[in-house]
Ligand binder design. Sequence first.
Ligand code: NAP
Length: 247
Amino acid sequence: MLYEAPAELLTNKILLVTGAGDGIGRVAARTYAAHGATVILLGKTTAKLEAVYDEIVAAGHPEPGIAPMDLANVEPQAIQELAEVIEQQYGRLDGLLHNASILGDRAPLEHYDLNLWSRVIQVNLNAVFMLTRILLPALRQSAQASLLFTSSSVGATPRAYWGPYAVSKYGMEGMAKLFAEELENTSNIRVNIINPGATRTRMRAAAYPNENPATVKVPEDLMPLYLYLMGDDSAGVNGKTFNANSW
Ligand code: NAP
């Protein structure tokens, strides 16, 4: 699909992007802000979030919020506090892009490190559930909210040696579909899944160290889809999976 987002697509929207300090999340946060959104930047490394904050402010876009949070160790209480700050400051949340994730090792399950297994499942699946569950009341305050989950090709069809990363994405796709069904007739929240496909980031370089990065598309190329799904032009679209390479 060819989609060109209107410049004002996200004016007055309050959005939260996880993993907003790097890779696809960083570009999504900047792009959403450039289309008028106030973006809450959630991520692990505060300095990276501050750099994105500075870029957005320097460009004259709405002032973002910063929410440093290590999803590998986060307790529900910390997310609850974030939800309260969002409700107090903005009164609602219009969109949540679950983007943060970690790759773990590329290794056979038989030899997979048990602690690393738990960490990958925690960041890529448990924390995604906790954030969604605790931020739902704020999303319910929106007239038209978009909840977006980021998967991967190995989420639709798990592939050998992709370990807990594949398992977490597979589980997350199931969770997204349950949320889509459960919220469809009881809320103004639509729920969809994005598979970005091969994209030039740190994670891609770690997964494919022998690949020439110049042969892989950049996060900016994904933004028409990310804008379409976050803006009201996708109102009514629910429970769908979008493959960025063919939509
Ligand atoms: P990336 O460059 O590695 O960025 C990942 C982001 O997640 C970073 O901002 C990172 O923050 C954050 N993050 C990692 N661990 C975290 C934690 N414990 N707590 C909070 N934030 C954490 O990855 P990417 O390639 O942009 O991937 C973005 C999404 O697309 C992921 O869900 C990935 O699975 C998916 N995806 C990517 C590709 C691809 O080819 N790139 C393909 C398919 C799917 P720090 O930098 O501070 O650690």
